[in-house]
Every structure is written in C-alpha cells, then in structure tokens.
Design a protein around this ligand. Structure first.
Ligand code: CP
Length: 353
C-alpha cells in the first residue's frame, strides 16, 4: 500500500519530464529498476497498491500504454477501471472535468489520462484530489514512454551520461521525442533530432536547446542508440511527404545501421509502420530492444503509480492531521470552528460560512 515509497518523492502528479529535476528522473528510474523483476508477471510483485483504484481515462487509442498501466497497477494489487471515451457520456457533451470528478466521487487513488488536448492532464490534475499521470497529451509529452526508453537504454548500455542518441523521423508530431529530449539531456545524454525539414518544424515550444540534422547517414557513426519514430499520418494535415524519398533518406535498414557505433541499439516507441521507419530485419534483429522497451514500461508504470500514490497518501495524512481540520469529535466547545472548516464547507444548517 505504497508504504515502502522511497523517501524524497513529493509529487502526486506525473504530467511531464520538462518540470522534473535530474534527481527526480533518476529516482523514478531507480525505483523502476527495482520493479523490473516483476514486470512480466512471472514473479509475484509486492502488493504495494492493494485496495487502491486506478482509472484509465483514455480519450485516444492505445495498445501499449493502456495495457502496461493496467498490468502494472493490477500486479501491485490495485483495481483498474477502464474508461472508453467512445462509449461514455462524453458523447452526450459531458465535459472531461465533470467526467473525472464524477468518477473520482466513486473513490479513486489515481487517474491515468491520454488526451488529444495538450492542456487536458493539467486541467484534470487541478480539478481532482487524486494522483494524475499523463499517458500522452497531443504532441506535448509522454513521460512514462520516455522513462521506459531511458530505462531500456540504461539497462542495455549501462549508463545514460555521455551517450549520443539519435531520435529520427516525425519529430514535429511526437510527444515521445519531446519527453525524451527533456529526460535524456537532464541525465547527460546528447540528443539529436533527425528528419526531413518538414518534420523539424514547430519545435519553437521546446524548453531545452536542441540539436537537429537532416542527414541521418552523417550522424549515425556518433550514435550509441537510434530511436526511430512512427510517422504519424493522422496528424499530418498540411504536411506533404513523399514516402519513397522518406525511406531513401531515413528508413533504418541493416546497411544503414551498420554505420552506427559497434553495439548501438535500436528503439521504437511503437506502434511501428513496418517497412517505413525501419525494415523488418532491423525491427526484429539483434540490435533491436523494442520489446524490451515494452517490458521496461510495466516496471516504469509500477514505479510511477507507487511513487505518486505514495505522495498522495502523505498529502491525505497531513490534511487529516492538520490543526486546521481537526476530526469532528474534537470540535466541541472551545475548538475554533471558524478556522477548522475548510473553505466552502457547509455548516450544519447548510449555509456557506
Ligand atoms: N508507445 C505508445 O504510446 O503506444 P500506444 O499508443 O499503443 O499506447
């Protein structure tokens, strides 16, 4: 029940990596590494979240992230409620915030949210009391994806400090690229965004300096890792892309990969457009860690849920023991009723103070 939460983690929300310190990111990765032996479910995990309830509030499609959060929470003993936007009362014009507040009123410890609106996770975090974890918002951030990428890199290459990581492809529409830029550079990696000019536009909102290149072949000899991104056709309004030109310059083939450093690894967050971003030979080859990334994802989400719910527990505990909110039994004569009432609380007669 989040009792063994490592000291020092104070955030009940995980909304992005932009605002986290290097120490906080390391803290999450170290916690995730301890969960790795339990990530496939073959070894029973400690029941840190027994009795807790997690809502998967997904308003965009997902295979990996939804399944991974579900398995992570359930293996730690939590109950997971699956929200499906297409069959919900969002279709009857209920707002996202009303949806979140109503489900929270049934008793929640955490909401995992994916949404096409960049502001949605932050708005929900402000509207509810429970923990909120961002599972991807528009092209903004996907913090647990970047953390699992970093865990896979650290696990396979032994370090993050001093690595050169190429992130290749549809950078412009990628929340994965943004979260990885924040996370990896804070832990000492060099990150280079690579793609055609049309995919390197729109990076003005980035809160970190970024190196870019249009020449994958020139950069590959420096690379310890190559992260290929999905071409996000569904977000391509106004982007003209010649697929044959794209493959000629950016598709990761075995021949091209041979230019990278010896032992370089290949990552892809999924889903893959097979035969476009990379060939089958590379996707399924010995340098690919794509399925290991997915396993790392369960460990990262176990850590993120445990840490955020642990911080929520401490907040709930300190609210309970605060002298401003004494238990009702202590509010007799002599207690300061005025200061004891939280703002907006109703009096016994139902009037607002
Ligand atoms: N990597 C990722 O976010 O995959 P899904 O869209 O399947 O969740």
């Amino acid at each position: 029940m989040a009792k063994k939460t490592p000291a020092g983690w104070t955030r009940k929300h995980l909304l992005g990596l932009e605002d986290l310190s290097a120490g906080e990111i390391r803290h999450l990765l170290d916690a995730a590494e301890k969960f790795l032996p339990y990530a496939t479910g073959r070894k029973p995990a400690p029941q840190r979240l027994r009795g807790r309830t997690v809502l998967n509030l997904f308003c965009e499609d997902s295979t990996r992230t939804r399944t991974s959060f579900t398995l992570a929470a359930e293996r730690l003993g939590a109950r997971v409620v699956q929200f499906h936007a297409v069959t919900s009362s969002l279709k009857k014009n209920e707002t996202l915030l009303d949806t979140a507040r109503n489900i929270e009123a049934m008793g929640l410890d955490a909401i995992v949210i994916r949404h096409s609106d960049r502001g949605a996770p932050e708005a929900v975090a402000q509207a509810v009391q429970c923990a909120v974890l961002n599972a991807g918002n528009d092209a903004h951030e996907h913090p647990t994806q970047a953390l699992l990428d970093m865990l896979a890199l650290r696990h396979k290459l032994g370090r993050l400090d001093g690595l050169t990581v190429a992130i290749v492809g549809d950078i412009r529409h990628s929340r994965v690229a943004r979260s990885n830029l924040y996370g990896l550079t804070k832990l000492g990696s060099r990150v280079i965004f690579i793609g055609p000019p049309a995919f390197l536009e729109g990076l003005g909102d980035l809160a970190a300096p970024v190196e870019t290149s249009t020449d994958l072949d020139a950069i590959l000899p420096d690379c310890d890792a190559v992260m290929m991104l999905r071409v996000q056709f569904e977000r391509h309004e106004g982007v003209a892309l010649d697929l044959e030109d794209y493959k000629r310059a950016y598709q990761l083939t075995a021949k091209r990969l041979a230019r990278a450093k010896r032992g370089a690894i290949v990552l892809h967050p999924g889903p893959i457009n097979r035969g476009l971003e990379l060939t089958d030979e590379v996707a399924d080859g010995p340098q690919s860690v794509i399925l290991h990334q997915v396993t790392c994802g369960v460990a990262v989400r176990m850590a993120a849920l445990s840490l955020c719910i642990g911080a929520l527990d401490r907040e709930r505990k300190s609210a309970k023991s605060s002298p401003l909110t004494p238990p009702l039994s202590r509010r007799g004569r002599g207690s300061n009723e005025k200061t004891a009432r939280p703002k907006g609380h109703r009096t016994r007669r139902g009037r607002r103070p």
